[in-house]
Design a protein around this ligand. Structure first.
Ligand SMILES: [Zn+2]
Length: 288
């Protein structure tokens, strides 16, 4: 098989990270400063990914008062992607409560920066995925614009250990409303609700053809426990690592662990590569 695609790594402008969030990364990973230097250059990070068996990676960013990231993460990730467009997918985001002209910002993300995806992180952004139904009507614009542009939206589901994160908002069932109200929107359920709500996430996968499962953040050897019926939805499941988040040993290490699971080989090929090429057709024919 040719190289795998990691649908969820964090290459971010780390200088914006709040001290408490930085401490969580540093505690979870020796040599974090060294890693920051490595990923600061797209060419050296691409070379690093070669060694890990990864052909392309989605770089996940989003503005978040909890983490310290602002709207400039979008410019950062688009610029980074543009240095190696065949290796990187740029995910950015928007924080509607602190965005004065949301439509203009969506124009910028979708038309000017041409982001490959948008990330919504309820526990780090302080609103539920379905908050457009009551407290945050502007959130509807984000989903509607991405649906119209054919740009996938990744929604964090599951808990978060960073200081100030509100894990309650990671409950996947809020995404049920999004999937119903935006049937043409491709929704990635990041982390499959782990560790508390994998059954809810799997229900959404079976119920909604527009939901995709991003396995990042689930230790590969635990995947069969969390998702015993994974093969039933194998056409919409994506391999991802969440590297360099705390608890993720390494990209290549996770890939090897995933490939050693007792799943049929065609299922593994779909999950580590083929499904991602369908979801991001821009990469098809370009990626190694
Ligand atoms: Zn993540």
């Amino acid at each position: 098989m040719t190289g795998a695609i990691d649908c969820h790594v964090h290459v971010q402008p780390w200088t914006q990270l709040r001290p408490g969030a930085r401490a969580a990364f540093e505690k979870g990973r020796a040599g974090f400063a060294e890693l920051e230097r490595l990923v600061s250059d797209p060419a050296s990070f691409a070379a690093y990914l070669d060694g890990e068996g990864i052909a392309a990676a989605a770089l996940i960013n989003y503005p978040s008062p909890v983490m310290g990231f602002d709207a400039s993460v979008n410019d950062f990730v688009a610029g980074y992607r543009d240095r190696r467009p065949e290796r990187f997918l740029a995910f950015g985001g928007v924080h509607p409560p602190s965005t004065a002209r949301l439509d203009a910002e969506m124009d910028r993300l979708l038309d000017r920066l041409r982001l490959d995806g948008v990330k919504i992180h309820p526990p780090h952004q302080g609103f539920a995925a379905n908050a457009y139904l009551d407290s945050l009507p502007d959130l509807r614009t984000v989903y509607a614009r991405c649906e119209a542009a054919g740009v996938p939206v990744m929604i964090h589901t599951g808990t978060s250990i960073f200081p100030g994160a509100r894990s309650r908002l990671g409950e996947p069932m809020a995404v049920d409303d999004v999937a119903v109200d935006f049937p043409g929107l491709k929704i990635l359920l990041a982390h499959g609700g782990r560790p508390l709500w994998s059954e809810a996430a799997f229900f959404l996968m079976r119920r909604h053809r527009n939901c995709w499962l991003d396995l990042s953040g689930v230790p590969p050897k635990r995947i069969p426990d969390y998702f015993p019926r994974l093969a039933e939805v194998e056409d919409r499941v994506l391999f991802g690592t969440d590297w360099p988040s705390p608890g993720v040993p390494g990209i290549g290490e996770n890939l090897r662990a995933f490939l050693s699971l007792p799943l049929p080989e065609p299922t593994k090929r779909k999950i580590v590569r083929e499904n991602a090429l369908r979801l991001f057709p821009r990469l098809a024919g370009k990626v190694a």
